[in-house]
Design a protein around this ligand. Structure first.
Ligand code: CMP
Length: 170
């Protein structure tokens, strides 16, 4: 082995260690992402003064709020957020309702965030929601159902990014 090969192998080791470190950090970031969900407290719940009660239930269920804002969606923004439902007969009703008044948007963190949150909020139609769920307690109908919860990790990331920049997520 030549004398020149020693520094070369040290650099190689440093490079390998750096790549391992980057891989580790990416894995950690990914794990964090999959432990997050997105929610909106909808205009009906805001109008009735249920925001505090709903946030208390979310906190009691063990979620950490990593981003939160109160805002009022324009029809255009509500339509964009729910674009996936564009072909559904209730789309216009949904857009009108979601732009009717202020909402509270938040990103929440906990193990198994998406699935557990869907259980916490209950069925889309409050008539079918289990006792003790947020929609059973606070929602009036399938259209005005108090709260939104993402249905997958992928949608949680997309919906969270719709409202919050990276700098606004803690
Ligand atoms: P959410 O789960 O937040 O996202 C889609 C929304 O569409 C859903 O809550 C309901 O508020 C609404 N929605 C679903 N089905 C109907 C329906 N049949 N009529 C009116 N609104 C509906």
């Amino acid at each position: 082995m030549s004398r020149k090969s020693k520094p070369k192998s040290r650099i190689h080791k440093l490079a390998v260690d750096s790549i391992k470190r980057i891989d580790y950090l990416c894995d950690q970031k990914f794990k964090t992402m999959t432990n997050r969900t997105f929610t909106m407290i909808k205009p009906d719940a805001t109008e009735k003064g249920h925001t505090g009660g709903i946030l208390q239930m979310i906190n009691k269920a063990g979620y950490r709020i990593v981003a939160m804002k109160m805002t009022h969606l324009s029809k255009e923004k509500a339509g964009e957020f729910y674009a996936v439902h564009k072909e559904r007969p209730f789309y216009q009703e949904l857009v009108d309702f979601m732009s009717r008044g202020p909402i509270t948007a938040a990103i929440l963190e906990k193990e198994n965030a998406v699935e557990d949150f869907r259980k916490l909020i209950g069925a889309t139609n409050p008539a079918n929601a289990e006792e003790g769920t947020i929609r059973k307690i606070y929602a009036a109908s399938v259209g005005e159902n108090a709260i939104h919860g993402s249905d997958s990790d992928e949608n949680a990331a997309i919906e969270g990014a719709f409202f919050f920049s990276k700098l606004e997520q803690f």
